[in-house]
Structure formats: C-alpha cells, structure tokens
Design a protein around this ligand. Structure first.
Ligand SMILES: [Zn+2]
Length: 129
C-alpha cells in the first residue's frame, strides 16, 4: 500500500477498492476485514454512503448516522446509533426522498439523495421485518 491514497469521490472509484471505511473515509479492498488505515472492523457493513447532511452506515444491527456540518463538507463528530431492534414504523417518503422511522418515541426524518434512497429501500426490507 502506498501512503498517498486519495479520498475517492462519486466519479472516481478505484476498481476493487469499493469498501469505504465509515470511520475514516478511506477506500479499502472489497474483501478487507478491517480498515487499512484505522483498523476498524469492516465485516458487518451492509451499506455505507455519503449524503448532504450526514454519512450513513447500515450494519446488521444498527443504523449509524455521522452528522455533518450545515454545509455538508465535514463531520461534526456527532454520531448517532439507532439499533435496528428499536426502530419501527418505517416509511419512505415521496416524491421528496425521505427515510422516516420512529426511535425512542420520536419520529426521525432523514432526507436522502435519490441514489442513496434507492439503496436504503433495497436493503432495509432484508434486515428489518
Ligand atoms: Zn478507517
């Protein structure tokens, strides 16, 4: 591995390096067990994407929202974990793309880019009944 790996953006994906580490944003080999840079366990990530107001990770047990600043350029450091067992009443809004669910007695609404919304729609029914 070289030291000068670039942070990939949407238009530039290195073949075979599609597994983005949710913790540090580095692209790892598709079959990596842990992040080459920060050593985070990557085996249970079902989905990870960057959106305008947060980055979202979905594992077998959790939704994890990494909050970003208002301008969406960097993370605030605030990380919210939603255990899947405590999420209910899931709804996908349209025509505006919003992912809605109840958690701890409150309605949560996550605005998503269309592409990300499609991914969430595909994966959620597989992990929540
Ligand atoms: Zn990492």
């Amino acid at each position: 591995m070289t030291d000068n790996m670039e942070f990939p953006d949407d238009n530039h994906v290195i073949a075979g390096f599609n597994l983005i580490c949710p913790e540090c944003g580095i692209a790892n080999p598709d079959d990596a067990d842990c992040c080459l840079v920060c050593d985070r366990d990557l085996t249970n990530i079902l989905l990870f994407f960057e959106d305008d107001f947060f980055d979202l990770e979905i594992t077998e047990n959790c939704l994890i929202e990494y909050r970003k600043s208002f301008w969406g350029t960097r993370r605030t450091g605030k990380v919210i974990k939603y255990p899947l067992t405590e999420i209910s009443n899931i709804e996908f809004g349209s025509p505006v793309n919003r992912f809605k669910f109840d958690f701890e007695g409150k309605r949560h609404v996550l605005p998503l880019r269309e592409k990300n919304m499609d991914s969430v729609k595909k994966i959620i029914p597989k992990i929540i009944d």
